[in-house]
Design a binder for this molecule. Structure first.
Ligand SMILES: Cc1ncc(COP(=O)(O)O)c(C=O)c1O
Length: 476
């Protein structure tokens, strides 16, 4: 049998290397959910180590819920996402529920898409787009024949560094900005560039669900941090930082997805100091800062950071131009070098055409005025949603910005059947457990008011409430 080599001969971390080896293979899909893993004896022979070393690796995998044991039969891969609801009877439902992923829910076709946290395309100034495209081809006739630099178009980075300084009090140079193809790519680059298996990562609970999947795939040890309508319990966060020494804390502190909550300014300052003290990176994901309804949200964490412990991700997809998929990452040079390296393995730079169109469109007077109208249109839609649901008795905190209403339905709600029946009637929403790394929040749901027009909102919500009542009134 061909022996596998371990990189380090210090016996006290051999088991960690075997742990990493197994995690890496699970991550690549070599071993899938419920697959049987090699026996202790096989791995011990393959790696030329004592069986106890492999046993120790398996114990740690078990403890971290990466594998489970069947009596006398061996170790098996723990399914990443346990079944949310038991809906095997319905192939549409079971397809997305088993995966338990947001992207699967988004693929469900529905007339009333409350599941999509994206701007109604009718709210964008679509008629004017071609003007910007023509302008870009006139100004840069060779734009299609050129790659962007990996870090992103210098002209765009220059403009964005001035913009962030004016708007958000960031003091940075264009070299401290990286342009990515959406913030999803940025999260992925950060995870791949900075996280090794077994690193501890703090994630808000609930959180943007693809972030859970990305950090899990890296083999991170995930610790959930509760987010409340007024932020975090900082004493608890500090205790957990002291205990777990996390590598990073991924947060979405402004009009948080899915809850709509915003972390207050005082907490931002304190958390940056805390992160600095415990050497924990804060990954600030900020896709909605301009969509506020009454007053501007507090300045980003990045503006309080003097020690380089915050990585700021700003997506321009959600309400500027989803079709261009442009995001910017702000970070200090010591981090930038890792991100550039990882980005160069991911693509040859975000498409230059998209960056140039974005540059001319985003900094136009028309767009900046348009954002004011968007705020009003979305506030009206939020009000409609609250009004239509006001008689249900469901609980929520009014979102002061962003796209989503995060609601608690009664504990007794048969969530699986509610989703199934809603999809049958062409209505989609996102069950709360999808946003929870612990797969709880079973009686919560996220409904987005951003994608449907006012008439569709009213109509869809009335139908949804009707489905809910017809299900719950027939319950014994
Ligand atoms: C918090 C959060 N992060 C990241 C993303 C992904 O954004 P992008 O389209 O720029 O990849 C979203 C999209 O819904 C989001 O809500």
């Amino acid at each position: 049998m061909k022996r596998k080599a371990l990189s380090n001969v210090h016996s006290d971390n051999l088991y960690e290397q075997i742990y990493d080896y197994i995690i890496e293979r699970i991550g690549r899909g070599v071993w899938g959910a419920h697959d049987k893993l090699p026996s202790i004896r096989t791995l011990a022979t393959e790696f030329n180590v004592h069986r106890l070393t492999v046993f120790k690796a398996y114990q740690l995998l078990k403890q971290n819920k990466k594998v489970y044991v069947k009596d006398k039969s061996g170790y098996y891969v723990m399914p990443e996402n346990m079944l949310l609801i038991d809906s095997q009877q319905n192939p549409i439902i079971s397809a997305h529920v088993q995966e338990s992923s947001l992207s699967e829910i988004h693929q469900v076709r529905a007339d009333y898409q409350f599941s999509i946290a994206l701007l109604d395309p009718n709210l964008l100034p679509n008629h004017y787009f071609s003007e910007y495209i023509k302008k870009v081809f006139n100004l840069y006739p060779k734009v299609l024949g050129t790659y962007s630099s990996i870090q992103g178009d210098p002209e765009l980075r220059e403009a964005l560094s001035r913009y962030f300084t004016d708007q958000s009090h960031f003091y940075l140079t264009p070299d401290e900005l990286l342009i990515t193809s959406g913030s999803q790519q940025a999260i992925d680059l950060i995870a791949r560039g900075l996280i090794k298996p077994r690193d501890t990562v703090f994630l808000e609970r609930p959180t943007y669900s693809p972030a859970i999947d990305v950090f899990r795939r890296q083999g991170a040890n995930i610790i959930p941090i509760e987010i409340h309508p007024h932020g975090y319990q900082l004493e608890q966060v500090e205790g957990l930082m002291r205990e777990h020494k996390p590598r990073l804390f991924y947060l979405n502190p402004t009009f948080h997805n899915p809850t709509g909550y915003t972390v207050p300014a005082e907490q931002r300052k304190t958390l940056v100091e805390m992160a600095n003290k415990y050497q924990c990176l804060l990954i600030e994901d900020d896709p909605y800062p301009d969509i506020y309804f009454e007053k501007k949200p507090p300045l980003p964490f990045f503006s309080y950071d003097t020690a380089g412990c915050v990585i700021y991700i700003r997506s321009f997809s959600k309400y500027i131009a989803p079709g261009l998929s442009i995001a910017a990452v702000a970070c200090r040079p010591s981090i930038m070098k890792y991100l550039l390296n990882t980005k160069s393995l991911s693509d040859s730079g975000t498409p230059l055409l998209n960056q140039k169109i974005f540059l001319h469109y985003f900094f136009s007077e028309r767009l900046q005025k348009h954002v004011e109208k968007l705020r009003i249109a979305l506030e009206i839609r939020r009000n409609i949603m609250e009004e239509e649901l006001s008689a249900t008795g469901w609980k929520w905190a009014t979102p002061m910005g962003g796209f989503n209403l995060w609601m608690k339905l009664p504990e007794s709600t048969p969530m699986d059947r509610l989703l199934e029946k809603s999809i049958e009637k062409s209505i989609s929403f996102v069950p709360g457990s999808i946003f929870d790394s612990l797969k709880e929040h079973q009686s919560w749901i996220r409904m987005s008011y951003s994608y449907l027009n006012e008439t569709q909102l009213r109509d869809g919500l009335q139908r949804f409430v009707h489905i809910y009542h017809s299900l719950t009134s027939t319950q014994i």
